[in-house]
Design a protein around this ligand. Sequence first.
Ligand code: SF4
Length: 473
Amino acid sequence: MVDVLLTHSNHLYYDRKQVRKMQPYPPLQTLLAGACLRRAGYEVALFDPALAAPEEGFRQALACHRPRLVAVCEDNFNFLTKMCLMRNRDLAGWMARTARAAGVPAIVNGSDASDRAAEYLEAGFSYVLEGEVEDTIVEMTRLLLSGGTPSGPEPRGIAYLDIQSGALRKTPRRAPITDLDALPMPAWDLIDDAAYRRAWTSAHGCFSLNMVSSRGCPYRCNWCAKPIWGDSYHCRSARLVAEEMLEIKTRFQPGHLWFADDIFALSQQWTLQLADAVESLGAQIPFKMQSRCDLMTRPTVGALRRAGCAEVWMGVESGAQDILDAMDKGTRLWQVYEARDNLRRHGIRACFFLQFGYPGETWAEIEKTIALVRDTRPDDIGISVSYPLPGTPFHQMVSSQLGPKENWSDSDDMDMMFQGAFTTDFYRALADALHTELREGRAAAEDAWRNVEALKQTCARKLPTRLPVWTSC
Ligand code: SF4
């Protein structure tokens, strides 16, 4: 019998795109929550549905561990969690109902649960832990396992339904943890690392694991949802990050690492310190990371190379400056060229996230993005359409155009949820053509571009007026 059965809702085989990619990562946030619960004296177990049959596995875990509490704790560092996918929401709700049927209360934390607390509570959860999880999960576990219900000074950062009235109640959010060095290391022993290793090596011939060095992002791209950390940003000390790299290298011997930070290497000074610490410890593992093109300056990129960086994904978004300005992206197009050159000079792969369909974007702006890709030849691209998530200025801007479907079902969905200049089929064809051209050359993409040309006519929306370009106050 354990105190808490931890789990999450990210099942790889529910998501066509992730099955094609076959790059599963352990639920880092869930492992960190587990380490915090252990530090507070609780016995924990994990059911990890990423690679296992979710329903059958969860039922077996309930029967085997006989927990006193189930905590669906999403991996808030994983971009899939941030996408608030409907398949995951459905699985989380099913887990809550199944736990309740077995007489075990369930609590939940994650981006989608923080956005839609009422829906999760109605689905069967006793409490939603809003925002950052570590302190709240320990406090709520203490409360629930001692038989109490919130009364008097309630824990911060929770949502629940009032027993009498059924009304939604929320307590004030907890401030994000500032001293990240005080957190324990993730409870790596809870995962079946062999299952992840098998999935990776059979698809790619090498094994990759995940780490984080920071939480949050101080920039304000107006479509970017931040239900967990808001605009706050906190970073671990460079030395501690290098020490964790060494521990992972020694313990699991991965061939590759993914730093899942929203923004890695925000500070040039910190990056230089990391490079020095990694070199002195001999902790290098080739890694990929996300950042912004305006941060990929020569000194930072040089330090990243020394620390082992092999691949940088940047939110380039568009080749049209007016669209970047409308997004409040805060970057200039020349910085894309400069970042691309700096990374090439150090032998680091430069990869772009691109976004189509933002309000105000017409075929003319799309052509500029295509030209940017042809000019800079990134090593890879990831393409999406603008996706309005709750709590963002962009969501507010298009909220009157949203239909009944408010979230994507999986990461391959790419459905246009609002009135863009074109319909979904056009953007899917555009993504296909651009991917094909980059990977196989222009000649191989001719048919795909003909398809784009044809759909350009049939998929153009007759917008009543040209949508205004959004500018924040
Ligand atoms: S820089 Fe990236 S993480 Fe930060 S607000 Fe913009 S899109 Fe979001």
